[in-house]
Write a new protein. Sequence first.
Length: 355
Amino acid sequence: MTSETPWDGRPAKPLLRALAGEQVWPPPLWLMRQAGRYLPEYREVRARAGDFVTLCTTPEMAAEVTLQPIRRYGFDAAILFSDILMVPWAMGQPLRFAEGEGPVLEPVRDAAAIGALRVAGVAERAAPIMETVRRVGAGLEAEAPRTALIGFAGSPFTVACYMVEGRGSRDFAHPRAMAHADPALFGRLIRMLVDATAEYLVAQAEAGAEALMLFDSWAGLLPPAQFRRWVIEPNAALVRVLRKRLPPEFPLIGFPRLAGPMLAEFAQRTGVQAVGMDTAMDPRWAASAVPDTIALQGNLDPLALIAGGPALEVEARAILGAMRGRPFVFNLGHGIEKTTPPEHVSALVRVVRSG
Ligand code: 1CP
């Protein structure tokens, strides 16, 4: 499966072993948004790039910030530094990141705007991102041979939320209303995203990503029937395309954030090898509801990492206790906050590595 597959045929990297269903203990560890503004070395590169899209599309800088947290903490995975909105960008939707405001896109709300989006050629237009993947792969081989490289994309529903709303939102009212009022049009956008995202992820795997994560950050906004239609089905469709085009058993991680009890159905019906637990998920419930052929990942509260000290240790140990005896990857329940003291991350690494 990897260039360093040992004599017994199992992948040697701890993250890949856990995603392949092995109980690896202490568990492999990485953190969502591990490259980011809480690190002074990130802020330095970010300032040099000026604009966030420039950072994501300049391979030398994007590869550098991807590797920064690996050098500092020795995590078991590096995650490509990019953003879920680079797929709409590569489909031709104008994107900028407004200071202190997050992403701003030209909203697509009718058939003409959706029809103007380009699916074919997404991987070519995202060529700088594939170059970043190649550079990170080479960097890890030289500096951190046991660290695996995770590529990623947003899942169709979450990306459609931003494309239709045009910005971040607490409730994404426009896309959710479109999904009810004009499911044919919303479904057309979702199908375009399945195709574009599959092409984009296959290109990442070909460039050296060893696992792929699907971020469905806004899945939890949907009631069950809509969740099945717009979260489970599109993720399952994406996985089916990826399975045809990637090597057998290529590790895929799904993250339907705030899915609650729908996590179990997501895990069983999408075909991923692992599912992420968000901060609100009870890991003991997830351990009982998700079959142990599927790895779990998560789910320390990012606020416990800001607090540090005994609170951090108690919370981390509770998760470790609930996950003992099944394939598991330690992570946060959502992205690391920019006010996190970097030394608290070192403390967390010590706690997790002590098992
Ligand atoms: O100026 C900055 O530094 C911008 C902050 C930032 C960063 C560091 C954004 C803007 N994106 C990123 C990187 C990023 N985004 C990664 C890099 C790899 C890593 O984890 O280290 C990843 C995986 C993402 C994924 C992403 N972007 C998600 C899914 C995960 C999640 O947080 O739920 C989402 C929803 C986005 C959209 C986005 N990009 C950036 C912001 C501020 C947002 C959220 C906007 C909003 O909804 O308000």
